[in-house]
Design a protein around this ligand. Structure first.
Ligand SMILES: CC(C)(COP(=O)(O)OP(=O)(O)OC[C@H]1O[C@@H](n2cnc3c(N)ncnc32)[C@H](O)[C@@H]1OP(=O)(O)O)[C@@H](O)C(=O)NCCC(=O)NCCS
Length: 149
């Protein structure tokens, strides 16, 4: 996947990722992975589909990121979504989400789950619904094979 828009590019090629930036941002600025050790973050990247947004071409300055943990058939977990402060409010978060939802290896899933503290309305645009009884968990649960008996 390689997309371009408004001087930015978006790629799912892990070779382009700025792993130091991703780790630093999640360790220092996220509320969900604060203090995460670097080796843990690197293993998480290795086991995931990764989405990077870059100023200019892939591999130049990275400004946004999202990660999906998945079996590429039935289940996915969306996490580690961020846009660096100076680039927020320009549609990059929605572009990341458009690209996650369109990714060829994330089609026909039985369950797509995420957790968020305060971005529910962002994810509702893409079909995620709040899980009953939970403040943070959201999911898409499409029953893709056939109706329940
Ligand atoms: C959430 C985040 C990724 C959005 O990125 P962005 O590029 O600024 O977002 P966009 O410009 O694409 O717009 C996002 C839309 O979602 C809405 N939204 C809903 N909840 C939001 C939230 N908590 N933060 C930001 N936008 C939110 C915005 O109002 C906007 O709607 P609009 O198009 O009607 O104005 C970014 O603010 C960020 O990195 N925040 C810190 C990390 C974080 O909270 N990540 C999500 C964890 S679940």
């Amino acid at each position: 996947m390689l997309l371009r828009r408004d001087g930015y590019s978006l790629s799912d090629d892990p070779a382009h990722l700025d792993r130091a930036l991703i780790h630093r941002w999640l360790r220092d600025d996220s509320y969900w992975a604060a203090s995460i050790p670097e080796d843990v973050q690197q293993r998480a990247i290795e086991g995931s589909i990764n989405f990077g947004v870059y100023e200019g071409e892939p591999g130049s300055r990275q400004v946004a990121y999202a990660r999906v943990v998945t079996d590429r058939a039935t289940f996915a977990w969306l996490c580690d979504v961020f846009v660096v402060q100076e680039h927020r409010g320009r549609g990059l978060g929605k572009w990341l989400m458009d690209s996650v939802m369109a990714h060829p290896e994330l089609q026909g899933l039985r369950s797509f789950i995420l957790a968020t503290r305060d971005a529910h309305t962002l994810y509702e645009r893409y079909g995620f619904e709040r899980v009953e009884g939970s403040q943070r968990f959201m999911r898409i649960h499409p029953r893709p094979y056939r109706a329940a008996p």
